[in-house]
Design a protein around this ligand. Structure first.
Ligand code: KG4
Ligand code: ZN
Length: 354
């Protein structure tokens, strides 16, 4: 069964065909990053306009085979961006006379490790990996899920404030490293550690929330993170050293961002270890743009080894937003279809476990 997926929740216009939920037949992603770069973040109106300009072209490029259904992200995401994809999907499903399937973007990120390209070796199927601990770590989310089954998700932990990707992006903005911050921080840190393996890193806070605070919303503090203190600690450190320009002259930026990245990675690894310890999980499934981070992959792979679970990460091209994850998940999860899907509206703050 071929499903065409469409994704426009943020700053990527994407379409893809996936066969039987896992084999990627085509995947086209048009990124708007250069349009948002001057603003240091995604501007919803610019995103919406760019989606409108590109969507027809992207769908046409992905539509290389006959499809049996159309799947589309209906939330969470930016409302003016989501609307473009949803409307295009409704029109296409109607004109092709195939069912429409509305998909939750966050849930789709957790499907990415199960995708493989046509003609390449298959990855293990979800059935073999469940129950699993899921971690979606992106520019908008840092959330841990208990996945007992496809369709049976519950949130066990999350960030109380900024997402990990946001923490990377804000630090990069403060230090004048451009947008998005994650890739440049990853690259500079890798080089810094290679050249300075015994470097004395700055000890930034490891994002541990206090137990029983209201913002935990009943979740266990052991499985939650908070990055707002880390951001403030970075700002204070920079100010105490005389500001960004002084630090640049002293070539101190690489050591600072390596330390900052290490604080994010260690806090995520610590909460993941807590969640895996003593559980019945068979695997740790990771999705989202920050799962590209090389240091995070290295440390989480150690955590998975230690707790004897299989680490499932996507190919780099499926870590960020894409439509193959939408088309793939739709094969397994058809919770909103038929007339209900045709009349559905976007759900910008859709709960990630619905
Ligand atoms: O999943 P994604 O493409 O979009 C959503 O937020 O849904 O994630 C984008 C985020 C950005 O914050 C970006 O800085 C971060 O992923 N990112 C990384 C890396 N590549 C992208 N963060 C850390 N290391 C990376 N290599
Ligand atoms: Zn995403």
């Amino acid at each position: 069964m071929n499903i065409l997926g469409i994704e426009t929740s943020c700053d990527e216009t994407a379409a893809a065909i996936v066969k039987d939920g896992r084999e990627v037949v085509s995947s086209v992603v048009h990124t708007q990053i250069p349009l948002h770069q001057p603003y240091g973040g995604v501007v919803p109106e610019i995103a919406s306009r760019a989606h409108v300009e590109k969507i027809d072209h992207v769908i046409k490029a992905a539509l290389v085979e006959k499809v049996d259904a159309v799947a589309v992200t209906y939330g969470p995401g930016l409302s003016p961006a989501l609307i473009v994809g949803l409307n295009a999907a409704k029109g296409l499903a109607k004109s092709l006379n195939v069912p429409l399937i509305a998909i939750n973007h966050i849930e789709a990120h957790l499907h990415t490790p199960f995708l493989f390209d046509a003609g390449t070796q298959e990855t293990p199927p979800p059935e073999e990996c469940l129950p699993a601990l899921g971690l979606v770590i992106s520019g908008g989310h840092t959330t841990w899920y208990n996945l007992q089954d496809y369709g049976s998700y519950s949130i066990i932990g999350q960030t109380l404030d900024d997402a990990a990707g946001e923490a990377f992006d804000k630090a990069a903005k403060l230090l004048g490293l451009g947008y998005p911050g994650g890739p440049v921080i990853d690259k500079v840190s890798r080089q810094y550690i290679q050249e300075n393996p015994n470097s004395n890193l700055i000890q930034f806070p490891k994002g541990r929330p206090r137990a029983n605070v209201a913002s935990l919303s009943g979740l266990d503090a052991d499985y939650c993170v908070s990055f707002s203190g880390l951001k403030t600690a970075l700002l204070r450190y920079v100010q105490s050293q005389g500001g960004v320009e002084v630090l640049k002259e002293q070539s101190e930026i690489p050591r600072i961002i390596t330390s900052y990245q290490e604080a994010i990675v260690q806090s995520v690894a610590d909460r993941t270890l807590n969640a895996l310890s003593g559980s019945n999980y068979k695997s740790l499934i990771i999705g989202g743009g920050v799962s590209l981070n090389s240091r995070l992959r290295e440390v989480l792979s150690e955590v998975a080894n230690k707790t004897n679970v299989k680490l499932m990460v996507a190919k780099p091209k499926y870590c960020g937003d894409n439509a193959a994850m939408i088309a793939g998940l739709a094969f397994y999860r058809r919770n909103i279809t038929g007339e209900e899907a045709m009349s559905i509206d976007v759900s910008p703050s859709l709960c990630s476990c619905s």
